[in-house]
Ligand binder design. Structure first.
Ligand SMILES: Nc1ncnc2c1ncn2[C@@H]1O[C@H](COP(=O)(O)OP(=O)(O)OP(=O)(O)O)[C@@H](O)[C@H]1O
Length: 698
């Protein structure tokens, strides 16, 4: 047995009977050497046993050369021991020389981890001896702590042995004591070696298990990878399908919308043709009107001023009127001659008083009754003529819209910004075209306002327009209120055009309502004003207050439920925080629609100071116009004439027509709004407190 074998043996046998008596053996050896009786036959203290108590039982059960020698030792003499050890003398000698390194190695092995190369040669042998199955290997793993503990215990023992071996003189014929020491040393090494073998096999088992686990994990992982790849592919397919589905849905929706819009276009044109026959048609269109533009310059706008050819309806109505007039004249003539005749008869004195009276009265009553009936018929025809004028106005507007639509470069149903499917033109303003559109992302109708820059404009003018539009967008985009049209989006379509996307208001604007209605009943006008004032209150309660500055019927829209909403913030002013009670300076004097602006906006001697009171004046004009179907100041005047004749500067007092009759509260509200002196006029928040605008029950 080599010294290493001895160490292994020592370690592996540490749990069997002979190992438990190892201190005994030491005692016996000492006794033999000193000639005393050994006292080690007694049971050993528990503490000493505990050092080995965790050793592997499998190793203990393996037969070994050393264990035979040990079991013999109890009964035999020292001669046997000497004999037995003589066989290994040379190795012991070598061992003595190498003790230090071997023990060091053992220390390393136990303290750190087994150096596999050193154990390789013994691995198979140990496996054969121990016959470990997998479960035992697993136990070995579990016994790691005890193994380590054992290693520490071994180290302590080895240290002792090492010092003993080193202290012994090395000679060719070692004495008995030397042999004993070396045998002891060998046993220790044997035990240690056995311990290391045990650790090694346990570690190998552990490695095998880990390798198996690793292999399984790798297999699992590759299965998972496959699954992930499969799922990723499925997800991609689904996404592709979804995308294709979306594209198909979008296409179907677009196609439907386009076909509906096309038939609407066709219907509109048919109706115009049909109405034209009845109402009349437009001849040459040529009208030039001068307006202030946003940069403060005059611009020429094409306002419809057409040569109108009357349709059949007006001709019929006029013929009816003529007929009625002629009939009326005939009857009046008849009546006159009757009177003449009656007066002549009276002067003759031929008729009896009572008979003459009846004969005179009845024909006259017939004529009078006929004349009254003609008057009623006349009134009906005149009302018809009035209706005709309204229809004619609508027809002209529709004709203009169709003409603008036909001339628009956006009339071929383009999808803007990959999202907004343009449908039909709603109308054309001074600088923009407004299309009804469908938002293919949020699936709702919107109004797309396309601001086109005129290619003929100078670069400076283009920049000024863009600045103006961006300013409007900046103001409008943050406004979220029930009575303010929402601005959803803005983008550029090409170099010369950009688009603002607005909440779609399917109802008419107030301008169209007023044109289509003779005048609004006070109740209806009042609720419209209440809504506008609510929108204005919102603008004045924000941290950044806003003056709308362009309130007019065309900028009040109605949604499908008839809710009134204020729009167009193109001329709006942001009231700076440091603005005093005097108001802010009006820097864009001249802009706006003059019928609706207060006197301070026309101040020429100094820079006008304005506030939310501008909008209060406009509210007064709007209310008046809704009730009386005309504006209070300069109704029949053009913008230019209002300016030239100082119409608004002279608008000191508002007059009310006798008809239709309206309440005094309504008149008072209008008077307050149209207070000439700005300082005396209520601001928006004060106006909102007016009892007339409140629906609270008292
Ligand atoms: N959000 C909207 N929803 C429905 N229709 C709208 C919307 N905005 C504008 N319109 C309609 O589009 C038409 C043109 O509007 P726009 O504001 O450009 O005209 P305008 O106010 O007459 O012109 P300008 O901007 O030069 O004052 C009008 O008939 C208006 O009623």
């Amino acid at each position: 047995m080599s010294s290493e074998d001895m160490v292994i043996h020592f370690s592996s046998n540490s749990s069997n009977q002979s190992d438990h008596s190892f201190p005994d053996k030491l005692a016996k050896l000492e006794a033999r050497l000193t000639g005393k009786t050994p006292s080690s036959a007694k049971p050993q203290p528990q503490q000493q046993l505990s050092v080995w108590s965790s050793a592997s039982t499998s190793a203990a059960s393996a037969p070994s050369e050393a264990s035979i020698s040990d079991s013999d030792e109890d009964e035999n003499t020292g001669d046997f021991l000497i004999r037995a050890n003589t066989k290994k003398r040379q190795k012991v000698h070598d061992f003595n020389n190498n003790t230090s390194s071997v023990v060091d190695h053992a220390e390393d092995s136990v303290e750190l981890k087994p150096q596999e190369a050193a154990y390789d040669g013994r691995r198979n042998e140990a496996e054969t001896k121990t016959g470990l199955d997998v479960s035992k290997k697993k136990q070995g793993r579990g016994g790691r702590a005890s193994s380590t503990g054992r290693g520490r215990g071994s180290k302590a023992n080895i240290d002792v042995t090492k010092s003993q071996c080193l202290a012994a003189p090395v000679s060719a014929q070692p004495n008995v004591s030397d042999q004993k020491d070396c045998r002891l040393d060998g046993q220790l090494r044997n035990g240690e070696s056995s311990l290391q073998d045990d650790d090694a096999s346990s570690l190998r088992a552990k490695i095998t298990v880990l390798e198996e686990e690793l292999c399984k994990s790798r297999q699992d992982s590759s299965e998972h990878q496959d699954l992930i790849r499969k799922l990723e592919n499925e997800l991609k397919d689904l996404k592709d399908q979804e995308q294709q589905g979306k594209q198909k849905t979008t296409k179907v929706i677009s196609d439907l919308l386009i076909s509906v819009s096309k038939s609407e276009r066709q219907e509109a044109r048919t109706k115009v043709r049909h109405d034209s026959l009845r109402l009349g048609s437009v001849g040459v269109l040529s009208s030039v009107d001068q307006l202030w533009d946003y940069s403060g310059d005059f611009r020429t706008g094409t306002i419809i001023a057409e040569t109108w050819e009357d349709g059949q309806m007006l001709k019929d109505l006029n013929a009816q009127l003529k007929q009625l007039l002629e009939t009326k004249e005939v009857i009046e003539r008849q009546r006159k001659s009757l009177k003449k005749r009656q007066n002549g008869d009276k002067s003759d004195g031929t008729d009896s008083e009572s008979g003459a009276q009846e004969e005179d009265i009845i024909p006259d009553e017939i004529y009078k009754s006929r004349l009254a009936s003609i008057k009623r018929e006349e009134e009906v025809v005149l009302r018809e003529r009035e209706r005709y004028e309204l229809e004619k106005g609508q027809l002209i507007k529709e004709m203009k819209r169709i003409r603008d639509e036909d001339g628009s470069r956006f009339n071929h149903f383009p999808v803007l910004n990959c999202r907004y499917a343009l449908l039909n033109l709603l109308g054309k303003g001074g600088f923009s075209e407004v299309y009804k559109a469908y938002d293919l992302v949020n699936h709702r109708y919107v109004a797309c306002k396309l601001h086109g820059l005129n290619a003929q404009w100078s670069e400076e003018k283009k920049q000024s327009y863009i600045r103006h539009a961006l300013r409007e967008y900046d103001i409008h985009k943050d406004l979220v209120h029930h009575h303010i049209v929402r601005l959803w989006d803005t983008f550029r379509t090409d170099l010369d055009t950009f688009c603002t996307v607005l909440e779609y208001c399917s109802g008419k604007d107030l301008d169209a309502v007023l044109k289509a209605t003779p005048n609004l009943p006070e109740k209806e006008a009042r609720i419209v004003i209440v809504q506008i004032v609510r929108g204005l209150v919102y603008l004045n309660k924000r941290s950044q207050k806003i003056i709308h500055y362009d309130l007019k019927p065309g900028n009040v829209l109605f949604d499908e439920f008839g809710v009134a909403k204020v729009t167009d913030f193109g001329l709006s002013k942001i009231v700076e925080d440091n603005t005093g009670s005097q108001g802010m300076e009006l820097t864009s004097q001249g802009a706006g629609t003059y019928w609706y602006l207060p006197p301070e906006c026309f101040e020429l001697s100094k820079t006008p100071m304005i506030s939310s009171k501008v909008d209060v004046w406009s509210v007064g004009v709007l209310f008046y116009q809704m009730l009386f179907k005309k504006r209070p100041f300069g109704h029949d005047q053009s913008q230019e004439r209002i300016l030239r004749e100082d119409t608004i500067i002279k608008a000191k007092k508002v007059e009310f027509p006798a008809k239709p009759a309206i309440s005094n509260e309504a008149k008072d509200l209008i008077r307050r709004c149209l207070t000439y002196n700005q300082a005396d006029r209520p601001d928006v928040l004060t106006l909102a407190q007016d009892p007339y605008l409140s629906y609270c029950k008292k």
